[in-house]
Ligand binder design. Structure first.
Ligand SMILES: CC(C)(COP(=O)(O)OP(=O)(O)OC[C@H]1O[C@@H](n2cnc3c(N)ncnc32)[C@H](O)[C@@H]1OP(=O)(O)O)[C@@H](O)C(=O)NCCC(=O)NCCS
Length: 204
């Protein structure tokens, strides 16, 4: 059974978002493998998992296993994992996860872009599209982003989109072999009554 707002495709200009497909395996594996130095210091991994190289964790067969988990989680309404496309090519990902309903109606968001596409506003546009979708069709009230204080490019993304800084969580996520502090940023529906993308276009 489909969950609210999933599956869906979102578009703004030359940026498109859609669910991952099995035929993304080669492009995903090539992009993630080529970007190891660019991505590995920012991405969490459950402590205690068996040792595996970055290349092993980003092989086409690893993609197939990840896709099975993404499909299960998105069908259950716990996750919205978007492939980010530009000019028809995979350039990144925005994933809404930890969707909690009830009185909270909140979720976390994570993202990355190919280093070759960085600095051209791909993720700000993609993230604004996703927040607007979550606040309308999906019915969420709050989206949070957790960012290491030393990750200047990611801090620039949430600040330019108007996320509010909520505070520092110490030893928050296990990344690159240690528990890392993170700053939490959040936005609620009240902050963007006319939508985040439209506000970004007026202020950016
Ligand atoms: C964080 C990230 C997703 C930003 O995406 P993006 O589409 O490049 O976002 P922007 O184009 O708005 O650029 C954001 C900042 O990156 C920096 N930047 C600009 N050009 C850049 C380039 N060519 N290469 C690298 N960084 C650049 C600038 O600080 C920019 O901020 P500014 O617009 O205020 O100058 C991207 O840097 C990335 O994938 N980083 C590695 C993974 C990661 O950190 N994920 C987030 C974890 S919380």
């Amino acid at each position: 059974m489909a969950s609210p707002g999933w599956p869906v495709s979102l578009v703004a200009g030359d940026i498109g978002l859609r669910p991952f497909r099995l035929r993304d395996a080669q492009a995903w594996s090539e992009t993630r493998t080529r970007n190891e130095d660019w991505l590995s210091r920012w991405e969490g991994r459950q402590p205690g998992l068996p040792d595996a190289t970055w290349a092993e964790r980003h092989s086409p067969s690893a993609f197939a296993a990840m896709l099975r988990v993404m499909r299960r989680e998105s069908r259950a309404g716990r996750q919205l994992p978007f492939a980010v496309m530009r000019h028809g090519s995979l350039v990144g990902q925005v994933t809404v996860s930890n969707v909690v309903r009830g009185a909270f109606q909140s979720a976390s968001v994570g993202y990355w872009v190919d280093r070759d596409a960085a600095g051209s506003g791909v993720i700000p546009t993609a993230l604004a599209l996703v927040v607007d979708h979550c606040f309308t069709v999906v019915g969420l009230h709050r989206i949070e982003a957790n960012i290491r204080p030393e990750n200047a490019p990611s801090l620039a993304v949430v600040r330019k989109l108007g996320f509010r800084e909520e505070g520092l969580h110490e030893r928050f996520l296990f990344i690159d072999g240690a528990w890392r502090d993170h700053l939490t940023f959040a936005v609620t529906t009240e902050d963007v009554p006319d939508g985040m993308l439209s506000r970004a276009r007026h202020t950016g």
